[in-house]
Write a protein that binds this ligand. Sequence first.
Ligand SMILES: C[S@@+](CC[C@H](N)C(=O)[O-])C[C@H]1O[C@@H](n2cnc3c(N)ncnc32)[C@H](O)[C@@H]1O
Length: 282
Amino acid sequence: MKTTASSAIASFFSLILLGLPATSAFAQEAPATTNEGTAEAAIDTAAVIEEEEIPPALTTYKGRTIAQTMHWLGAEWLLRQEREREEATTVLMRELQLKPGMVVCDLGSGNGYHSLKMAKVVGETGKVYAVDIQPEMLRLLKARARAAALTNIETIENKLHDPMLPENTFDLILLVDVYHEFSHPEQMLQGMLKSLKKDGVVALVEFRLEDPDVPIKLLHKMSKEQILKEYLPNGYKLVREFDELPWQHLMFFGRADATNDQPEPATERADPKSSPRPELPE
Ligand SMILES: C[S@@+](CC[C@H](N)C(=O)[O-])C[C@H]1O[C@@H](n2cnc3c(N)ncnc32)[C@H](O)[C@@H]1O
């Protein structure tokens, strides 16, 4: 009998909770970033792949080691108060240049930190697709959307190798701190590409590998050079960049076959006084 991704994840976590040894496939590295709350484990990608007959996962892609997926039990960490200061998320939202009526996607949405913000901007005439492989994340997201009386968010539980998005639909797909976790980067990039409108963009947000002051584990950071190495051969072109987030790259990729090259917009640096970098962890 087939089990679902959620049951595989839950059974893995119960092993940990029971203090039983995990198998080598389960022996994951520490939480994704400096401080992912109580999530002591990553999700059990190997079991999900076997049980759902998904193509084999990559461990490296174009010279980069792929990071493990953050477990939903750490979801509370995604809502931490310091996030605005560390990631200037208000500036990020502004730079996405969202407008009422847009159809957008928060891919790897987690519990919806950005989905809810986007839903408020695109409004009732627009729509946000919040997509995640962990149904528990989507349940948490739906509860948050209900509490905020937002009715324009649709959730999709996707597969590790398939974003499961409608084709030719999106003005923007946002990926915050998730792309580096994709176990099937090429399949995901292809699926995203098909789902973009001709002039749609992927907004990629990744912690800067080039900056040793960004207190995030190396496997969960990416350099611009690496990002370009992965996106350009997969049918994307770089259309815009914003280099002023405190810790992260923000790069916009369009379809290579589109004609929407945009000039570099004038940008303001996020006020370092209002968003000072926190102390490095011990
Ligand atoms: C570090 S969390 C970031 C969540 C959210 N983007 C945020 O910034 O609050 C990464 C999320 O990506 C999801 N994820 C990992 N691989 C995925 C894939 N192939 N498709 C969709 N979601 C994925 C994980 O389940 C997790 O919820």
